[in-house]
Ligand binder design. Structure first.
Ligand SMILES: Cc1cc2nc3c(=O)[nH]c(=O)nc-3n(C[C@H](O)[C@H](O)[C@H](O)COP(=O)(O)OP(=O)(O)OC[C@H]3O[C@@H](n4cnc5c(N)ncnc54)[C@H](O)[C@@H]3O)c2cc1C
Length: 375
């Protein structure tokens, strides 16, 4: 049987594009199918754009390994290709005695994960670094930064297309059928449907990746692949207060780590925003609920004493593709080659929530190593 593609990547978000850039370095025919009009219209353009350092994730998890490796790779890539970024650094602040134990635990977790340069700093040092915040002590994370996520995706596209990968927009994958030695993929847009054969499929469909896995015949509940949508909203901080903080400032994360707590992120242009909140929702929509303003204000006020209620304006929202449902246990990324389900050559990436942006170049290496023996 002749193949139109060696590898078909479903989804042109940052993860699919990072994989395309890495995998196209070999001499293979690569297709990327994206249902929207262009790349990065979903979670990859609705996030904090933080280059995370790797302190939050359990030891030996895929999240920890790909975050720490991805952090280093991302800085190298940004420097090599001129993607805008800033190594702003970050403080995780303890605002009461009980939280000091929690930042010490985070320090140990981060060190176990291989995050470089972490240290606990006392109040006197925080006052010199960030005179406008309130904290008793803080965990200093020197490798945290921010990146232009759009620029990063453009960079991955430039590398992939230079290596002859093809991207088809307005191409929604609607069927996946197993053949003797690969897959027949059907994709549709408003006007037409097309079908082609591929040896390998890499499912990077973000919020829809469980549905794409189901198209290939996987029972998502039995496999533990069912995704939950978890919305995160942001409020911007105005009234000239943007310059009062010069690095990212996070509270100690809530015990059930569905999120990292309402924190301060800074854009590359210096704009300050608070967020994201954490709310499980039934559908994907991106409005910001003005009624949450009081919660944002109260959370931020504990470590940003200069904030006034009127400084906050609704900004934007994103939706996390979460494997962990409400009140359920922590879940790692799923990056799985499905031979044991009778689907060799199908690689599912499911639940790629934060730190997926940071981890993307490391995930790309991980997946490329999985694909090589299949071709
Ligand atoms: C509020 C929030 C804040 C975050 N903050 C950070 C952060 O600061 N740092 C960090 O590292 N990470 C962060 N993340 C996580 C990060 O944004 C994601 O992990 C990452 O963007 C996931 O990329 P992706 O390519 O897997 O998914 P997406 O960007 O969602 O891309 C998936 C693509 O697949 C396409 N697709 C779906 N179904 C089909 C189909 N059937 N056919 C064809 N195409 C299809 C979609 O249209 C979409 O373009 C955050 C996430 C959220 C929600």
């Amino acid at each position: 049987m002749s193949y139109a593609a060696d590898v078909t990547i479903i989804g042109a978000g940052v993860v699919g594009l990072a994989i395309a850039a890495e995998i196209s370095k070999g001499d293979k025919q690569i297709y990327i199918l994206e249902k929207n009009d262009t790349f990065g219209q979903e979670t990859s353009s609705r996030n904090s754009e933080v280059i995370h350092s790797g302190i939050y994730y359990p030891a030996n998890s895929i999240k920890a390994a790909t975050c720490v490796e991805g952090n280093a790779l991302l800085y190298q890539l940004c420097q090599e290709y001129g993607v805008e970024h800033k190594n702003l650094t970050k403080l995780v602040v303890a605002t009461c005695d009980e939280e000091i134990g929690e930042i010490e635990a985070l320090l140990k977790k981060g060190q176990a994960n291989g995050t470089p340069g972490l240290k606990i700093i006392p109040k006197s040092e925080i006052e010199k670094m960030e005179p406008n915040i309130t904290a008793l002590a803080a965990l200093y994370c020197p490798t945290t930064g921010v990146v232009d996520s759009h620029g990063l995706m453009q960079c991955f596209i430039a590398i992939a297309t230079r290596n002859d990968a093809h991207i088809a927009y307005r191409a929604e994958v609607t069927a996946i059928e197993k053949t003797a030695d690969g897959y027949r993929v059907t994709a549709a847009n408003d006007d037409e449907t097309f079908t082609f054969n591929t040896r390998v499929i890499i499912n990077c469909a973000g919020l829809h990746s469980d549905k794409v896995a189901a198209l290939a015949g996987i029972d998502v509940d039995e496999a533990g692949y069912r995704l939950h949508f978890c919305k995160g909203e942001y409020f911007s901080v105005g009234n000239g207060k943007q310059k009062l903080v010069s690095r990212l400032v996070y509270p100690v994360p809530p015990v059930k780590t569905t999120g990292l707590g309402v924190h301060v992120t800074l854009g590359l242009d210096g704009r300050m925003r608070l967020g994201p909140s954490v709310e499980y929702v039934n559908s994907i929509e991106y409005s910001v609920d003005i009624k949450k303003k009081q919660m944002f204000f109260d959370s931020a006020k504990t470590f940003l004493p200069f904030i006034e209620y009127d400084d906050l304006e609704p900004e934007m929202a994103g939706v996390r593709p979460k494997l962990q449902g409400p009140d359920e246990e922590y879940r790692d990324f799923i990056i799985q080659q499905e031979s044991d389900k009778g689907l060799p050559g199908l690689i599912n990436l499911i639940g790629i929530e934060s730190p997926g942006l940071t981890a993307s170049p490391a995930i790309a290496r991980y997946v490329t190593a999985m694909v090589k023996p299949l071709l």
